[in-house]
Design a protein around this ligand. Structure first.
Ligand code: NDP
Ligand code: MG
Length: 390
């Protein structure tokens, strides 16, 4: 029987994965090793009971007593804290999904790679903050990373049977998020509630706001750069409001292979779960005649400065990805908390990148987890310091 673990099971991607596992036979079809979550221990306990997990782990130590009470009599072990999440990830399983949000996903992701496991990666921050370390670790241990971010899954699928050498560039599409059509001068007044509504995808709040600011696309461009080893000039972003084409690979001979599908994460998760095979998935099939037309536009960098910052970070290399990601997480926290405006996020990230370049330089890519975490702390402090100036 195949064994699986889901890190971040109680989130948006985690719920989609749970749905797929249950539909595919649940505890009859899979041996679930570990499920992890955060604050929502009630849902974590429900999932752990449904899949008869060996262990359920909450990232929050203060939630352990509640989780233990919820699992009483089930025979399911429980634990709490960031280290316990990484230990759960280290337990052998054939397939481990990382659907934690933020840089907190990095230590457990590395724990999967350290044991040479298969890591289905939704947590893009793992690659943005520590791409060279993560890819190097996977090569050394023979671990496999399967992309779950929909655009990267799309590129990965379009590349099956192709030679990366023949690729001229890849194109990642972006819906444009909540504010695609807003007048630029209104953006400074955008509220957290307005930024948390996505036109096409149902996702966690943080990635939804990142879609409105295009920081999500900025992270994805860096993710593609690290995962596929493509230079920044070979990765393009295209605004595509309908979110039907997820990505496109353009070969040197002029042929482009696009990946199309309904905006439903169960496709990308299911593809990674069944790879290299394909299985029936509960995803709506496209009816292009009903859709009628698809539209495209070049991204407006005045509206979405995050895209320029991603390019600059890729050109700087070294620790710039770790700083960009951490500064973005801090700026997003500050926006959600009401400390800064929507339009203050990109300048906060830019200041952090400039400060890091000035004070420390980016020469070396962080070689271990401690080095990444040190840069992560630097990025958060630099973004928070700028708060007063915003
Ligand atoms: P959610 O916020 O919905 O879920 C995050 C999950 O991680 C929850 O299980 C949450 O627990 C847990 N969690 C939160 N903080 C921590 C922490 N510090 N340590 C350990 N676990 C934690 O996020 P999404 O599902 O939207 O996104 C997950 C990842 O997938 C992100 O990296 C995102 O960028 C990426 N992604 C998401 C897509 C989507 O459609 N949502 C699409 C493509 C990529 P709890 O809720 O119990 O507190
Ligand atoms: Mg994506």
């Amino acid at each position: 029987m195949r064994s699986v673990s889901v890190l971040g099971a109680t989130g948006s991607v985690g719920e989609s994965a749970f749905d797929l596992l249950m539909r595919a036979g649940g505890a009859q079809a899979f041996r679930t090793v570990a499920l992890t979550g955060g604050a929502n221990v009630a849902r974590l306990a429900e999932m752990a009971r449904a899949l008869r997990a060996e262990i359920a782990v909450t990232a929050w130590p203060e939630k352990l007593a509640e989780l233990r009470a919820l699992l009483a009599g089930s025979g399911i072990a429980c634990a709490a804290g960031a280290e316990a999440v990484a230990e759960a990830a280290a337990r052998p399983a054939d397939w481990t999904l990382s659907a934690i949000v933020g840089a907190a996903g990095l230590p457990p992701g590395l724990a999967v790679l350290n044991r040479g496991g298969t890591l289905a990666l939704a947590n893009k921050e793992t690659l943005v903050a520590a791409g060279p370390l993560v890819m190097g670790r996977a090569r050394r241990t023979g671990a496999r990373i399967l992309p779950v971010d929909s655009e990267h899954s799309a590129i990965f699928q379009a590349l099956q049977g192709e030679d990366l050498e023949s690729v001229e560039h890849v194109t990642i599409t972006a819906s444009g998020g909540a504010f695609r059509d807003w007048p630029l001068e209104r953006l400074a007044q955008a509220s957290v509630a307005e930024a948390s509504r996505h036109p096409n995808w149902a996702m966690g709040q943080r990635i939804t706001i990142d879609s409105a600011s295009m920081f999500n696309k900025a992270l994805e461009v860096i993710e593609a750069h690290e995962f596929f080893g493509l230079g920044s000039e070979r990765i393009r972003v295209l605004v595509h409001p309908q979110s039907i084409i997820h990505a496109m690979v353009t070969h040197r001979d002029g042929g482009s292979i696009a990946h199309l599908g309904a905006p439903d994460m169960r496709h990308a998760i299911g593809y990674a779960l069944n790879w290299p095979a394909r299985a029936e998935l509960p995803v709506p099939k496209l009816d292009l005649a009903a859709l009628g037309s698809l539209s495209f536009a070049a991204p407006d960098e005045a509206r979405w400065p995050a895209l320029r910052l991603a390019r600059e970070a890729m050109q700087a290399g070294g620790a710039a990805g770790a700083v960009l990601n951490a500064a973005k997480e801090q700026a997003l926290d500050d926006f959600i908390a009401g400390h800064i405006r929507f339009t203050d996020m990109a300048p906060a990230v830019e200041r952090a990148l400039e400060q890091a370049a000035r004070e420390a330089g980016f020469a070396q890519s962080p070689g271990d987890l401690d080095a990444v975490l040190a840069w992560d702390g630097f990025g958060r402090r630099a973004a928070a310091q700028g708060r007063g100036a915003a």
